[in-house]
Design a binder for this molecule. Structure first.
Ligand SMILES: Cc1cc2nc3c(=O)[nH]c(=O)nc-3n(C[C@H](O)[C@H](O)[C@H](O)COP(=O)(O)OP(=O)(O)OC[C@H]3O[C@@H](n4cnc5c(N)ncnc54)[C@H](O)[C@@H]3O)c2cc1C
Length: 621
């Protein structure tokens, strides 16, 4: 039926980024979805970003991906989280209008040259001589391609659980994808069961907001995309309320009717997104749990009850929701449910997200064992880039743990593996002071421009920001003032006076002083810097010492990362390695000594044995 360079199975957050990246790198691309209403569908929380996830969105944007631009067009409320803490953990989060998010992403895909979109269920992948070369759909139609990307999300052998009722289905009542699951197993893929859950949706008109705490967005909204300086004002509110002991009593009395505790669900769920029955069970001493009421969109009265996912029966759901302040007269329009689905063990992948056992078959998103729109989109982007590079015979594009949260995400999945849906967090990134939201473009846009994804306009903006920040850094470092010129200013900002001349950069290092404040004593014409430029300037000056220290740590880290290991190495031939290490190293085939050192079961002693072996080989002994 058609010949393509790249075929993407899935139009979720992973599939969309993969298809756009591949097409934008000049590859003839086809993207499938069982139902085109599922394009960039948000089956769970109506938001993008948050702690660690906001960093991923900025990195996706800096690389030339779409998620950042799409949420800037469709956000309802925007908030910078963790501002009381250091810049490494400042994380942007925006409430999304789900339907508009879907419509905008679908429109972008429809308008992308070289990208075809098709409604259809892929049932088989075609593999010849160990290499994938196309797919077959439910209508027995064959599509040829040089590379295929699997991004099937929570649809693969999807099964829904509500109380004692369990049935085959994808999220939101959409069709599951069962035949492909069977076909992948036939090709030797080891699939396992994970699960996740979502809360009920209700009508806002049935809620009493006077019993809740209003949650407003930030006064000044901040864009996710480096391509935007302004995104307009907040358009909606959220609300905070709490469960209580009565809620917990109703849930506890019905534990036996929960699919989770009833043992029907075999899939492993996300530790960081537990269902309400899980929370009541695990934190029995807690008197209340907070929940947020969030709008699903501006053109609907449907509200999302964040923090209250469940697989209890519908009558129990109604009973416990009604015990909550403000929800006494709740009218539920979609029940809460849990969904189980098939996914792979990401340790069967290479760092470029290629499935080791079938050449040119790439995997991304929830299918790789992660959870979350942002984690999925980041992997989709990398799979799309690497599929395009692989079929052009070019070097893979891999980001290190010291270069990006995307590098941390993929290295954690592929090298360490995961036994539950993996969620990114700032605590997972050891070099987080360098991997901040504000400098994602400085870390990644040049790399993406070189591989042919970031376009000229993005590259121009990145360059001009870089030059503007560097130029102003020099000006502030060279510009000094005398005590008589500055001490009144310092006093007015509640910080100590100086005895000698001091540079503006030194002044800015003081926590009480912002770049905007310096205007009061600046007699020179200051450049008009954008939000993105001022943020980066301030962080680089205020945290200069800490950043320098982290860069030294990174230099040490890179030593082992740059010791490359060939894929053909048979670790059973290396004397002195422990059996467990031999098995793990031969299974994962690490690409560097650094990666080998992060595999669980490979000890520092094993790494020393490996380094000695490599040294001997280098000397030809
Ligand atoms: C009920 C529920 C609750 C969730 N709760 C959370 C949560 O609490 N926290 C969190 O971080 N994340 C949660 N998520 C996960 C979040 O939705 C996903 O992480 C994200 O959507 C994954 O994106 P993806 O692109 O990998 O897959 P999806 O968004 O699931 O998209 C998969 C795509 O693949 C297509 N597809 C599948 N099989 C085929 C086939 N054979 N042929 C053609 N097309 C196919 C589908 O049509 C769809 O377009 C939840 C998801 C669900 C469903």
């Amino acid at each position: 039926m058609g010949e393509y360079d790249v075929i993407v199975v899935g139009a979720g957050h992973a599939g969309c980024e993969a298809a756009l990246a591949s097409a934008r790198m000049g590859k003839k691309t086809l993207m499938f979805s069982i139902n085109l209403e599922a394009v960039a569908m948000m089956p769970c929380n109506p938001s993008i970003g948050g702690t660690g996830k906001g960093h991923l969105v900025r990195e996706i944007d800096a690389l030339g991906g779409e998620m950042g631009k799409n949420i800037d067009k469709t956000f309802i409320q925007s908030k910078m989280l963790n501002t009381a803490k250091g810049p490494a953990v400042h994380s942007l989060r925006a409430q999304a209008d789900k339907n508009k998010y879907h419509v905008e992403m679908k429109r972008t895909i429809e308008n992308t040259p070289g990208l075809d979109m098709r409604q259809g269920e892929v049932t088989d992948i075609i593999v010849e001589n160990g290499r994938v070369c196309g797919v077959v759909t439910k209508t027995h139609t064959w599509y040829k391609a040089e590379a295929v990307i699997l991004a099937t999300g929570t649809f693969l052998a999807g099964k829904i659980f509500i109380g004692d009722s369990a049935f085959s289905s994808g999220p939101n009542g959409l069709a599951p994808s069962c035949e492909l699951a069977a076909n992948l197993k036939k090709h030797g893929m080891k699939l396992r069961r994970f699960k996740t859950g979502t809360p009920a949706r209700c009508l806002g008109s049935s809620l009493d907001y006077s019993k809740m705490e209003e949650q407003r967005g930030d006064e000044k909204t901040v864009p996710f995309s480096f391509m935007n300086d302004e995104i307009g004002d907040n358009k909606g509110l959220c609300w905070l309320t709490y469960t209580n002991e009565e809620t917990h009593r109703v849930i506890r009395e019905n534990f036996h009717r929960s699919a989770l505790f009833g043992g029907q669900i075999e899939g492993i769920g996300p530790r960081y997104c537990p269902s309400i029955e899980d929370k009541v069970n695990r934190f029995a001493d807690k008197k209340r749990h907070q929940l947020f009421i969030e709008p699903e969109g501006l053109d609907t009265d449907e509200m999302y009850i964040q923090g209250m996912s469940s697989s209890l029966p519908e009558d129990v759901q109604l009973a416990f929701y009604k015990t909550i302040a403000g929800l006494e007269n709740i009218r539920i329009v979609r029940p809460a449910y849990a969904i189980e689905y098939d996914c792979i063990d990401p340790q069967d992948l290479k760092l470029n997200l290629e499935y080791r056992a079938i050449e040119n078959l790439f995997c991304a998103g929830q299918f790789n064992g992660s959870s979350g729109y942002e984690e999925a989109a980041a992997q989709g982007l990398m799979a799309g880039i690497n599929a395009a590079l692989k079929i052009s015979g070019r070097e893979p594009f891999i980001l290190g743990r010291d270069e990006a949260y995307i590098g941390v995400l993929i290295d954690d999945l592929v090298t360490k593996g995961t036994n539950e849906p993996y969620r990114i967090m700032t605590s997972r990134a050891e070099y987080r002071l360098v991997l901040r939201q504000d400098n994602a473009d400085q870390r990644l846009t040049e790399k993406s421009y070189k591989i042919g994804l970031a376009d000229e306009e993005r590259y121009r903006r990145y360059k001009s920001k870089k030059e503007a920040v560097e130029k102003e850094m020099i000006r502030l470092t060279e510009k000094t003032v005398s005590p008589s010129e500055v001490n009144a200013f310092l006093e007015s900002h509640g910080t100590s006076p100086v005895n000698g001349r001091i540079s503006f950069a030194e002044l800015l290092k003081r926590p009480q002083i912002t770049y905007a404040d310096l205007k009061e004593i600046d007699d020179e014409t200051r450049p008009e810097l954008s939000y993105h430029e001022v943020t980066q300037l301030e962080v680089q000056i205020k945290y200069e010492g800490y950043i320098a220290k982290q860069l030294q740590q990174i230099a040490r880290f890179k030593k082992l990362e740059n010791r490359r290991l060939s894929e053909d190495l048979d670790y059973s031939e290396i004397e002195g390695l422990r059996l467990e290490a031999v098995q793990k190293l031969n299974q994962i085939k690490p690409e560097s000594v650094g990666q080998a050192s992060r595999i669980s079961g490979v000890s520092p002693a094993d790494i020393n044995v490996l380094l000695v072996y490599l040294e001997k080989r280098k000397r030809g002994n």
